[in-house]
Structures are given as structure tokens and as C-alpha cells.
Design a protein around this ligand. Structure first.
Ligand SMILES: [Cu+2]
Length: 149
């Protein structure tokens, strides 16, 4: 009897430590509205790591796009360029800001037109394999913030 209680506590403690998706909260998420003939878009959000350990997003997926990549922007001789990155760092107790002109989740080969009344599900995968799916509204973004791919 006592043994099984100990075993249960060990399992609970392990679970509490293991699931990164429970430590990460998502706010202010949206997907950029694009013209119906455009096949790429991007998702933006603020990720807050409530844990005392560093974590990271290692990949993302969405039924709205055939290819989903983690991207950032870099200034290449005055020209802002996007590039794929292997992960998005989530510092302990800190935030990662995914916003136009910075980090973003690239939606490539959209499977259909985006609609402002149809939220887009985006699934984030963390380094422990746990996942978090958020439903993001489609919003228009200042055209000046459009970036060349
Ligand atoms: Cu991009």
C-alpha cells in the first residue's frame, strides 16, 4: 500500500516536470491575412515560459499549410531577409515575441484561402515532444510590414 503511494507520487512528480506544453502560455496570436491568390502567410504570437527551466519550440504544424517553418528576420546589408531557424528559445520565466519583422511561424503552401471568420489552428511542438495547439484569428497587418521572402 505504502509502496504504491510512493510510486504514484513519483509518477506525478515526473509528469509535472515532463510536460513542457503545460508551462507555456500563448497570447496575442494571429495569422496574417493575405490575398486569396497568395500561397504563403505567417503566424505571430507571444509565448510565455512560466517554468523555471529554459524550453524551446522545435517545430510547428498546421492543417492550413503544407509546410510550416520557424523563421526569423535578419538584416543583410540593409535588406531584411527571412531565414529558417531550427528552434525558438523560450527562456525560463521569459517570453518570446513572434511579430512582423522578427520571429514568426511561416505558413507555406496554404491548403486554402484564409478567412477572417475562420481561425487557423497552429500546433507548436516543444523539445520534449509535447505539443500545444492554439486557434489563431486571421488579421490584416500593415502592408509596410510585408517582408520579401
Ligand atoms: Cu518567413
Amino acid at each position: 500500500m505504502k509502496k504504491s503511494i510512493v510510486a504514484t507520487l513519483v509518477v506525478l512528480a515526473f509528469n509535472a516536470q515532463a510536460a513542457v506544453n503545460d508551462q507555456i502560455s500563448v497570447a496575442d496570436g494571429f495569422v496574417r491575412e493575405v490575398p486569396p491568390n497568395q500561397t504563403i502567410s505567417a503566424a505571430f504570437m507571444t509565448l510565455h515560459n512560466e517554468d523555471m527551466n529554459d524550453h524551446k519550440v522545435v517545430s510547428a504544424s498546421s492543417p492550413a499549410a503544407k509546410v510550416v517553418e520557424l523563421h526569423t528576420h535578419s538584416n543583410d546589408n540593409g535588406v531584411m531577409k527571412m531565414r529558417q531557424i531550427p528552434e525558438i528559445s523560450l527562456p525560463a520565466g521569459g517570453e518570446a515575441f513572434l511579430k512582423p519583422g522578427g520571429l514568426h511561424i511561416m505558413l507555406i503552401d496554404l491548403t486554402g484561402p484564409l478567412a477572417t471568420n475562420k481561425p487557423v489552428p497552429v500546433t507548436l511542438k516543444f523539445e520534449d515532444g509535447s505539443e500545444k495547439t492554439v486557434s489563431l484569428p486571421v488579421k490584416s497587418v500593415n502592408p509596410m510590414m510585408q517582408m520579401q521572402h
